[in-house]
Design a protein around this ligand. Structure first.
Ligand SMILES: C[S@@+](CC[C@H](N)C(=O)[O-])C[C@H]1O[C@@H](n2cnc3c(N)ncnc32)[C@H](O)[C@@H]1O
Length: 300
């Protein structure tokens, strides 16, 4: 049942909601059924994790160049699809991490970024990196919760949401932040997507199960396009990041895992995070064509 609901929520969120309403289920219960079916933030939302687990995450991921697969070239390609972006755009970047994307984006767009993350150590590292690259004037790190942003209406030319879509879910981001964009403004996000149908038998069962637990709301790029258009945006296109991004990202993660294993390998939480990360890497390497990471560009 749970698997069917997750699939329904993933592939047709609006129809899932209509179906639940048709059953005369109360609104709060619908919200909870949909959250359980999608449930991405239960896994990734740092706000919901204990300080200790956050600390372990930081030790593993805080020293990376990026906390998600991507590159300057991919950012430049997505930016190139945003025709009519003003010079010096105002950009909101929720879930900026240590700023792998922020710094490239500041250089490439010439804009001013409000880079929001819930993790102060990540933001401190972003500040140091921005200073080292002479970008401190352009990048303003802000500690905050992306699910409760309180920005002025229509105050940004662009919202850049790289590698963090799983935290509040694509649909919530599309709906919740639209009001912050100026008319004609751009929403750019990258998200893990299935390149093969996970229920078709083409995806190995252990991999399907892994992602059903880690990111149950993962869907296809076409599903994301439909969701964006249903939320009133125009899709300007989408593309998969190249293999070089994955290789660089996982090589960096592996180096860090090797380093932290000595200090955190015997800690139960540390061990669990290290093991799950190694499994993810192995799954990707065995089946790189089963899922990918997609950049989407939408206009309000
Ligand atoms: C996978 S990382 C991506 C970081 C960065 N965008 C990148 O691509 O390198 C997700 C980021 O979201 C942050 N995060 C998690 N939950 C959050 C929340 N509720 N509000 C703001 N940031 C959050 C984490 O601290 C982490 O830095």
């Amino acid at each position: 049942m749970k698997r069917r609901q997750s699939r329904f929520e993933r592939t047709a969120p609006q129809r899932h909601e209509t179906f639940l309403r048709h059953l005369r289920i109360p609104d709060d219960e619908i919200a909870s059924i949909r959250a359980r079916a999608a449930a991405p933030h239960q896994v990734f939302n740092m706000n919901k994790k204990s300080g200790r687990v956050m600390d372990i995450f930081y030790k593993i991921y805080g020293g990376l160049d990026r906390e998600s697969p991507g590159s300057r070239a991919m950012a430049a390609r997505a930016l190139g699809m945003c025709f009519g972006l003003p010079d010096c755009p105002a950009i909101l970047e929720p879930g900026c991490g240590t700023g792998g994307a922020s710094l490239d984006l500041a250089e490439l767009s010439g804009g001013n970024l409000l880079s929001v993350d819930v993790s102060q150590p990540y933001l401190d590292r972003l500040r140091e990196r921005a200073e080292a690259r002479g970008l401190a004037e352009q990048v303003t790190p802000l500690k905050g919760d992306m699910t409760a942003l309180d920005c002025a209406p229509e105050s940004f030319d662009m919202i850049w949401y790289e590698g963090a879509a799983c935290i509040m879910g694509v649909d919530n981001a599309l709906a919740g932040w639209k009001r912050f964009l100026r008319p004609g403004g751009f929403l750019v996000f990258s998200d893990a997507v299935w390149l093969k149908d996970p229920d078709s038998g083409e995806v190995p069962e252990d991999m399907r199960r892994f992602w059903a637990g880690a990111y149950p709301a993962m869907r296809t790029a076409e599903d994301n396009v439909r969701a964006g258009e249903a939320a009133g945006y125009t899709s300007l296109g989408h593309f998969s990041i190249d293999g070089a991004c994955w290789d660089a990202f996982y090589a960096d993660v592996e180096r860090h895992l090797h380093d932290v294993e000595r200090t955190l390998g015997s800690d139960p939480d540390g061990r669990a995070i290290i093991d799950v990360t190694r499994r993810e890497i192995a799954f990707y390497r065995e089946n790189p064509e089963a899922y990918g990471y997609e950049f989407h560009v939408f206009r309000k």
